[in-house]
Design a protein around this ligand. Structure first.
Ligand code: GLC
Length: 737
């Protein structure tokens, strides 16, 4: 395969040369993607490939079938054009890593890159050469099931982790996958957190928040991109030429291919912007969608539209060149007759999955130093709960090809650790189970143990595509189970596995410790056991804000200040308001009468078995320096005895600008390892561009004060400020829009 996965000049040249040899029908064939049939090769697929009417196949992973499909394309097609074989390899293939929301909680780009590299190896061994990942949707509404697939609410984190995943897939080694940036753009802002719903996002918000990760990943070399199902400001992205041509191609210089989402072309009719499949196909082709994922709008109508002059031949040539160039750049023409096989288990993959899972778990509470458990104490432990022994559920969403036999549960890991000192009862068969018949037995077991480990959360099906919820409490009778166990007066460690933040405030007051694991994957058990026993110290940090109640959503840290931010001492709680209270007695600020205006846990939050102190936040150089950098440094000390990771976070605010700016924005982070008692000075270098924003007319960093904070999460209090001078700011207008 190509040493470089970049879309290099010769790939485009080679594509243009090959294009000259193709008929109109063969060119349209390259724009057509069909769905695989579970190992079977229908005559229509065989004949379609042979005749050059199919350029890519989705959802076929049988290695023998894929070898045959590529053989037909190579040996029986007139031009021997290999197929792109697409699959959703979202967080692992056979070995499942934490869901992307969990990966993001690790704040470890290098581990995310490695996880993608491993997934690429496992998938490409079977013949897959294209994945529909990374998903880069900024997600600030946990009602939306696809938050599970995202890297959370912050554009910088999503940019860094998305780019790491692109590099892991397109890694320049023997086993690569073409990456695909999705879902372009603003899908995470679907109204009411209901999937596929309408989004209205002003350009300032689009450019400062939702477009940023896509731009970062185009720069990282991603070779394909997928428009979203949602309606964006009245024109769905599958037909949105401002998005697919003006922004993606003209401004960013993207040279890869654009693949529609599943039938998103013909769904333009449902949206109400197309009257027929032919009309929908024409809209998408004109907007710049290179490949039609399984709707057949291109296959059935493009040729006639070209012949009738409704669509010019040059447009089809351009779309076809984009596809062929990616195939050349991906080395598919050089792949020869590669053998495919089922990916075998590797120790390397399990080790990586365990490390990433361990670093993805967030410690939200740990009263009385309940954790880590002490081996010397020879405690007896009772493990209870519907997520304790569910090898499939702990994997989370998008795990079509998972080797579930290799999924190690918390029960298996704790049995290996505690032996006879562990008792177990699921108490509930699954997370939505309302049947309390086993509660007595579970309580009896727990009563004989020193400590309860309670594994709660969501089954995998309760998050992911189209799986949105309006009530984010623990499903089924899990809360009743906790209440029953609470009556025993035993220490309780709660482990929550879910595809999103759940509204767990009621649970918080009933347990001593909480470990929150966004569906942690194949190695959930060993990772959680490592953390319970102190063989690893929790280091996860929330990539999303955790609300107290659904009514607070959307809730995120980088919010506007409003003209009337809530003030200290604001009364909240309906019963706390005096009877006959006067109209303005509870204050007219931006809050809800019936809930604390703060989040349950802020973005970036996560505890450790030690604690860290921050001091001496310093700004070393002004932006006058030759390289125009602002050097910021802060001292961080591990004040406890446990050696541990800490993610040092740097936030800024532009308090006065030409448009309102967020009260905080993450500008840099570094995950550092500190021995007990060790202190380090962590240095960041901010460029003026890092402080630039789109103000509706242009990208620029404006002169004026910039406030900075460094600390352990987005509520960090250690702050300072600098002033960007006129001379430093104006030359740094990053680009005119
Ligand atoms: C799905 C998803 C998209 C996925 C595609 C192919 O509906 O929206 O993320 O890549 O179809 O499975």
């Amino acid at each position: 395969m190509n040493a470089e996965f970049k879309l290099v000049e010769n790939a485009v040249t080679r594509a243009q040369d090959l294009l000259k040899l193709l008929s109109l029908d063969e060119k349209i064939g390259q724009l057509t993607q069909l769905n695989g049939e579970g190992g079977h090769i229908a005559d229509s697929l065989r004949e379609g490939i042979r005749a050059g009417r199919v350029g890519s196949v989705i959802n076929e992973v049988n290695p023998d079938t894929l070898a045959e499909l590529q053989r037909i394309a190579r040996d029986e097609n007139a031009h021997g054009i290999p197929l792109l074989i697409g699959r959703d390899v979202i967080h692992g293939f056979r070995t499942i890593m934490p869901i992307p929301l969990g990966m993001a909680a690790s704040w470890q780009p290098e581990l995310i890159r490695l996880s993608a590299e491993i997934a690429a190896e496992e998938a490409s061994i079977q013949g897959v050469n294209w994945t529909f990942a990374p998903m880069l949707d900024i997600s600030r509404d946990p009602r939306w099931g696809r938050m599970a697939e995202s890297f959370g609410e912050d554009p910088l984190l999503t940019s860094e982790f998305g780019a790491a995943m692109v590099k892991g897939f397109q890694n320049g080694g023997e086993h690569q996958l073409v990456s695909c940036l999705k879902h372009f753009v603003g899908y995470g802002a679907s109204e009411s957190g209901r999937d596929y719903n309408t989004t209205y996002i002003p350009e300032v918000e689009l450019r400062n928040v939702h477009l940023r990760p896509f731009h970062a990943c185009v720069k990282a070399g991603a070779m394909s991109l997928m428009p979203s199902f949602s309606d964006l400001n009245g024109m769905p992205p599958s037909g949105n030429s401002w998005l697919l041509r003006t922004v993606l191609r003209d401004e960013w210089g993207f040279s890869g291919l654009v693949v529609s989402d599943w039938c998103s072309i013909t769904e333009l009719m449902n949206h109400g912007v197309a009257e027929s499949p032919a009309h929908a196909g024409r809209i998408s082709a004109l907007a710049g969608v290179s490949i039609d994922m399984v709707s057949n709008a291109y296959a059935d109508h493009l040729a006639e539209q070209v012949r009738s002059g409704e669509i010019c031949q040059a447009l089809v040539d351009q779309l076809c060149t984009e596809v062929l160039a990616v195939k050349y750049a991906a080395g598919l023409f050089d792949a020869g007759t590669r053998e495919y096989s089922y990916a075998a288990r590797t120790e390397h993959a399990d080790v990586a999955a365990r490390k990433l899972a361990t670093e993805s778990v967030v410690l939200l509470k740990n009263d009385h130093q309940t954790l880590p458990l002490q081996r010397s104490a020879n405690q007896t432990v009772c493990l209870i709960g519907p997520l304790a022994d569910q090898p499939y559920e702990q994997l989370g969403t998008w795990v079509f090809d998972a080797d579930t036999d290799r999924s190690v549960t918390l029960r298996q890991a704790l049995e290996a650790e505690f032996g006879e000192r562990l008792s177990f009862s699921a108490a509930l068969e699954f997370s939505r189970d309302h049947n309390q018949q086993n509660f007595d037995d579970a309580a009896a077991l727990a009563n004989n143990a020193d400590l309860i480990v309670l594994a709660l959360g969501e089954e995998a099906i309760l998050s992911g595509e189209a799986h949105c919820r309006t009530d984010l409490g623990l499903p089924g009778a899990q809360s009743a189970l906790l209440e029953r166990l609470k009556t025993l007066g035993k220490p309780i460690v709660a482990i929550i596995m879910a595809g999103r933040p759940l509204t767990i405030e009621p649970l918080l007051h009933q347990v001593d410790s909480v470990l929150y694991a966004f569906h942690p994957g194949s190695q959930a058990g060993p990772a959680l056991c490592d953390l319970l026993m102190g063989d690893a110290v929790p280091s996860g940090k929330l990539p999303v804000t955790m609300p107290r109640v659904v009514g607070q959503i959307p809730m995120y840290y980088a919010h506007g200040n409003t003209g009337r931010p809530p003030v200290e001492g604001t009364v909240f709680g309906l019963d706390d308001i005096e009877i006959g209270a006067g109209q303005t007695s509870v204050g007219n600020t931006s809050f809800h009468l019936d809930v604390d205006p703060s989040p349950l846990f802020p973005f970036g939050y996560g505890l450790s078995y030690t604690w860290f102190e921050y001091s001496e936040l310093e700004v070393h150089e002004s932006l006058k320096t030759a390289d125009g950098q602002l050097k910021v440094s802060v001292q961080v000390r591990n004040c406890g005895e446990h050696a541990a990771y800490e993610t040092v976070q740097l936030y800024t605010r532009d308090p006065v600008a030409s448009v309102t700016r967020p009260v905080r924005e993450l500008k840099a982070f570094e995950k550092v390892f500190l021995q007990g008692g060790e202190a380090k000075r962590i240095e960041f270098a901010l460029r003026v561009d890092d402080l630039a924003f789109f103000n509706g007319q242009q990208w620029l960093a404006e002169p004026g004060v910039i406030q900075l904070w460094a600390g352990s999460d987005s509520a960090a209090q250690l702050g300072t400020e600098v002033r960007i001078l006129e001379s430093e700011a104006s030359p740094h207008v990053v680009k005119q829009i």
